[in-house]
Design a protein around this ligand. Structure first.
Ligand SMILES: NC(=O)c1ccc[n+]([C@@H]2O[C@H](COP(=O)([O-])OP(=O)(O)OC[C@H]3O[C@@H](n4cnc5c(N)ncnc54)[C@H](OP(=O)(O)O)[C@@H]3O)[C@@H](O)[C@H]2O)c1
Length: 268
């Protein structure tokens, strides 16, 4: 117990695979003990991978789409009795397909519940001890998708735009508290995301993707440097983000459609 008390402590959500697992490894590699969380038992194998860096790793299984799941995680974090040096609010899902007639309401609301609601709820529960201590770092995983209206993943892109705005606002609010807030904006990344979002038949789903390890390293570095945001992955993601910020929304939405409409993978 004492051996671990001097080490910084990080919490990573969505840490069983993809970007979250790689973020957890970044924390471990840099000497953090880590609490990793996800909703299914794949988490145990992921935690073992993180332990290989010689750090202490705790697991919490929680479905963050639910209020009970979020409260359970917040209680478990508080129950460690350890000051949280860094939090990566990273868990997220997509839901591809037409909003009207091509997807279930349940899937679309799951995107809101996990990506938006759980992030707000967790930030509300986990940030006050940080501001009281006057120290802490918070990473929100948004996306390059935050810069574009996303036909055929409309709710997802909106959820990521919400996170970007929320994170930047919190960053300013907390400017003099010693707590810094950073937004990670990956482009298409090689994880389970597109399969889970039922988007493998889209041009975006079939396209080349960045390595989650590279994306996580850029996110970790930006977090530690106290940057407001980082567009991670290949340089074309930076171009896409810049275009999304200056071009008119209807033009960006039209372009996006060509990448995300079901069946576009075959038109290559
Ligand atoms: N891949 C991309 O191209 C890309 C691009 C930009 C941003 N992002 C964002 O990056 C983040 C991580 O996604 P990823 O690409 O690494 O995908 P991923 O491999 O599918 O990882 C998603 C993680 O979220 C967890 N999760 C899903 N539903 C959950 C729930 N109900 N409760 C708790 N945890 C849940 C998953 O755990 P379980 O397996 O236990 O459900 C998993 O650990 C997401 O916020 C995503 O929007 C991804």
């Amino acid at each position: 117990m004492n051996a671990t008390m001097g080490k910084p402590f990080a919490v990573v959500t969505g840490a069983s695979s993809g970007i979250g697992l790689e973020l957890a490894k970044q924390f471990a590699k840099h000497g953090f003990d880590v609490l990793v969380t996800a909703e299914d038992n794949e988490l145990d194998a992921a935690a073992d991978e993180v332990r290989e860096f010689g750090t202490r790793v705790e697991t919490v299984l929680a479905d963050l789409r639910t209020e009970e799941g979020v409260e359970k995680l917040a209680d478990e974090v508080a129950g460690t009795g350890r000051p949280v040096a860094a939090i990566a609010l990273n868990a997220g899902v997509g839901a591809g397909g037409a909003f009207v007639g091509g997807s279930s309401l349940e899937d679309q609301l799951a995107v809101v519940d996990l990506n938006v609601r759980s992030s707000v709820h967790l930030a509300y529960r986990l940030l006050p001890p940080m501001t009281e201590r006057g120290a802490g770092r918070v990473l929100f995983t948004s996306s390059v998708a935050a810069t574009a209206p996303g036909p055929f993943q409309a709710v997802y892109n909106a959820s990521k735009a919400f996170l970007k705005s929320f994170a930047e606002a919190l960053r300013e609010e907390l400017r003099d508290t010693g707590v810094s807030v950073t937004t990670l904006m990956p482009g298409p990344t090689d994880t389970e995301f597109f399969d889970r979002a039922d988007m493998l038949d889209t041009k975006l789903g079939a396209a080349d993707k960045d390595s989650p390890a590279v994306v996580a390293k850029q996110g970790y570095d930006a977090l530690m440097a106290g940057e407001d945001h980082v567009v991670a992955g290949s340089p074309k993601n930076k171009v896409q983000a810049a275009a999304g910020n200056v071009l008119p929304d209807p033009a960006v939405a039209r372009q996006h459609r060509q990448m995300t409409e079901p069946g576009t993978a075959e038109s290559e």
